[in-house]
Design a protein around this ligand. Structure first.
Ligand code: NAD
Ligand code: UDP
Length: 321
């Protein structure tokens, strides 16, 4: 296949790029590096099956060669209000990537008669009133809340994807990704995993926003990529949750990172740092992924965190030297 991946320089986009190249496919990576990292693609500079289009996905995309698949991952993804990479600080860019970027990538897929996959998110469920969250749940989102630039852009992106499928017959997929972590996460995008691991490696207390009783379910990146790969090859057009159903409170998650890093500095509760509309509970119902794709995660939280800690340890050492 010849595949275009928007957001290829990002955390997930670069892993997906590697997987497809390893399988022998040709990948065109499209990115404007707003939150991505050139280093994530540096190992591919001499790879004949990889090329880079440095472009904003919100502007018209022209590809002359035939395409078999278009994967739209480009979007800021961190909810941090303190990091300049967080979507609260990139509100218009986030809405444009989800709205105009989805329109452009769908148009590109339609033009080339290519399949299309949208990277959506558990955020479409907002602060959910149903637990765990099945795909049939419509969500609980505030259209003018602080997270709305991301949530509503992704909800619009899903609606537009279904419209292109139903009206234009584009062969589409929608993956609702739950919190994913692993190597190549940016150290400075303010998400819980890089924040906690860096604080732990510096032997500092881990900053808990709010009470820390809020929950998340963290999936290791290799498992997520396996799930996306299976979904790409399936004939499923309706949204599919991909995530790890092991739910953990943020306090317990932070304590596990302290244990794995031998950090004895403990936790620092910081109620004022919590972003508005921060979901209280998040856990994917993965029944559809199991049934349709035969997928479920294999990497435990401890195993995955150990790998992520090793990665960030190396990165921090490189930065110091
Ligand atoms: P990331 O920030 O590492 O990667 C996003 C990439 O998109 C970056 O390389 C960035 O430069 C690029 N990008 C953003 N706007 C762009 C634009 N206008 N034009 C071109 N490129 C642009 O984030 P990620 O964690 O890899 O997330 C990738 C996708 O997966 C996003 O769509 C995100 O919403 C979705 N997602 C991720 C998670 C997660 O836990 N990582 C969870 C749910 C959904
Ligand atoms: N969080 C925290 N300390 C941090 C960063 C995040 O307590 O330094 C909390 C955040 O408020 C949220 C949870 O951890 O409740 C998960 O946040 P993350 O940044 O991973 O993304 P989200 O799941 O909210 O999209």
């Amino acid at each position: 296949m010849r595949v275009l991946i928007s957001g290829a320089a990002g955390f997930l986009g670069s892993h997906l790029t590697d997987r497809l190249i390893k399988e022998g496919h040709t990948v065109i990576g499209l990115d404007n590096f707003i939150t991505g990292n050139r280093a994530n693609l540096a190992h591919l500079t001499k790879e004949a099956n990889f090329s880079l289009m440095e472009q904003d996905v919100s502007t018209f995309i022209k590809v002359n060669e035939p395409l078999d698949y278009v994967l739209h991952l480009a979007s800021p993804a961190s909810p941090s209000k303190t990091s300049p990479l967080g979507y609260p600080n990139l509100p218009i860019q986030t809405m444009k990537a989800g709205a105009l970027g989805t329109h452009n990538t769908l148009g590109l897929a339609k033009f080339h008669n290519a399949k299309f996959l949208l990277a959506s998110t558990s955020e479409v469920y907002g602060d959910p009133l149903v637990h765990p969250q099945p795909e049939s749940y419509w969500g609980n989102c505030d259209p003018v809340g602080v997270r709305s630039v991301y949530d509503e852009a992704k909800r619009f992106a899903e609606a537009l994807t279904m419209a292109y499928h139903n009206f234009h017959g584009v062969d589409t997929r929608i993956v609702r990704i739950f919190n994913t972590f692993g190597p190549r996460m940016r150290l400075d995008d303010g998400r819980s995993v890089p924040n906690f691991i860096q604080q732990a490696l510096r032997k500092e207390p881990l900053t808990i926003y709010g009470t820390g009783e809020q929950t998340r379910s963290f999936c290791y990146v290799d498992d997520l990529i396996d799930g996306i790969r299976l979904l790409m090859d399936s004939g499923e057009h309706m949204p599919v949750n991909i995530g790890n159903p092991q739910e953990v409170s943020i306090i317990d998650f932070a304590l596990l990172i302290n244990e794995l890093t031998g950090n004895t500095a403990g936790l620092q509760i910081n109620t004022s740092e919590r972003l508005g509309d921060d979901p209280e509970r998040r856990q994917p119902d993965i029944t559809r992924a199991k049934t349709i794709l035969g997928w479920e995660p294999e990497v435990s939280l401890r195993q995955g965190l150990s790998k992520a800690i090793d990665y960030m340890c190396t990165k921090l050492e490189q930065k110091r030297s």
